[in-house]
Design a protein around this ligand. Structure first.
Ligand code: NAP
Length: 304
């Protein structure tokens, strides 16, 4: 049973391919059309059966769709919205999976014709892999999907989208758009920036040989490298578009780092012990909430 008859996926990478596979797994009967920038991605998506039809332009892919999901980097959304606007069916829902919500809503909003429901959304699920072959049907299972309705979003259109994502395996929550960007910055964006920085530090330290960094990496560094292997375009766009929240969280991060630096300099073991005990409790609550396991599954992602 599908909420929608025809779903158009604009962008056919990790997120879009996982949506398609999860839709098939849920036996949704909806027709799926899609488009991507390169011919190679379009052909791969078709060959993998992710889409029933593939088009070289977004304008063609969205025609007749009652749900359009933009699955492209945040910085690409405005141009696509402008391109698809004249081709959207009356009454259709336009949503997205972008990691930033306020900037996306501002980029899409002005292009949306009357009678089209714009409902931004963000699955709190992903991996460091990209492309149509990276997707898997269980990506959204028991992960949160945050919908950030706009003040004029139709209640029934939001409810329909909620049911759709629930069928894909997600737990759905509605969130105020500005708050979403702060939450995303704390739990995803700034941690990515810190991982990128730590890997950059190791790369730049010529007193530690590259082979040592690679061979002995299990000691903490390895998990940073997984995160720091994420797509450069996607993450550049996240930081360009979630500037305020990221700077706020980074400010707090710097203060905490300085406090720990001071504790190390002063030999204040009690401070460090208390701090690390508190952070371990957070890890425990994530496991208790079913959002991770104890397993040291480095390279977590597509199950083989
Ligand atoms: P991805 O695997 O890199 O796929 C991106 C897709 O967008 C590709 O099919 C690409 O086509 C297409 N694309 C890129 N620029 C385009 C343009 N200018 N016009 C048309 N198509 C374009 O990315 P993803 O991981 O699925 O991420 C998609 C969105 O989901 C992003 O906004 C990201 O912020 C969000 N998100 C990602 C994650 C994650 O963990 N990855 C999690 C939650 C949300 P080509 O292959 O032809 O280049």
């Amino acid at each position: 049973m599908s909420q929608y008859k025809h779903v158009a996926l604009v962008g056919l990478g990790l997120l879009a391919s996982s949506i398609s596979l999860a839709m098939r797994r849920a036996d949704m009967t909806a027709k799926i059309t899609g488009t991507a920038r390169s011919k190679e991605t379009r052909e791969t998506a078709l060959a993998l059966g992710l889409v029933d039809e593939v088009f070289s332009t977004a304008a063609e892919a969205v025609q007749g769709a009652d749900l359009v999901i933009l699955c492209v980097p945040v910085g690409a959304m405005a141009a696509i919205a402008e391109e698809i606007a004249p081709h959207l069916a009356e009454g259709c829902t336009v949503s997205d999976v972008g990691s930033v919500k306020q900037a996306v809503a501002e980029a899409l909003g002005p292009h949306m014709p009357d009678g089209v429901h714009l409902i931004p959304a963000h699955p709190m699920a992903g991996t460091e892999k990209s492309g149509p072959e990276a997707g898997f049907a269980s990506l959204f299972d028991n992960r949160w999907l945050l919908i950030t309705p706009l003040p004029d979003s139709s209640h029934s259109a939001v409810e329909r989208l909620e049911v759709f994502w629930t069928q894909l395996g997600s737990n759905v929550e509605l969130m105020e758009i500005e708050h979403h960007d702060l939450v995303a910055s704390v739990i995803s964006h700034t941690p990515h920036l810190i991982a990128y920085t730590m890997v950059g530090v190791a790369d730049g330290m010529n007193r530690v040989a590259k082979t040592e960094v690679v061979n002995y990496s299990a000691a903490g560094f390895r998990d940073f490298t997984r995160i720091a292997a994420s797509d450069p375009t996607m993450w550049r766009d996240v930081f360009l578009n979630n500037k305020d929240a990221t700077l706020e969280v980074l400010g707090r991060f710097t203060e905490e780092l300085l406090a720990l630096q001071r504790a190390i300099r002063l030999g204040d073991g009690d401070f460090m012990f208390d701090y690390f005990t508190r952070t371990r409790d957070i890890r425990r609550s994530i496991i208790d909430a079913g959002q991770d396991t104890e397993a040291a599954d480095f390279g977590r992602g597509k199950p083989e």
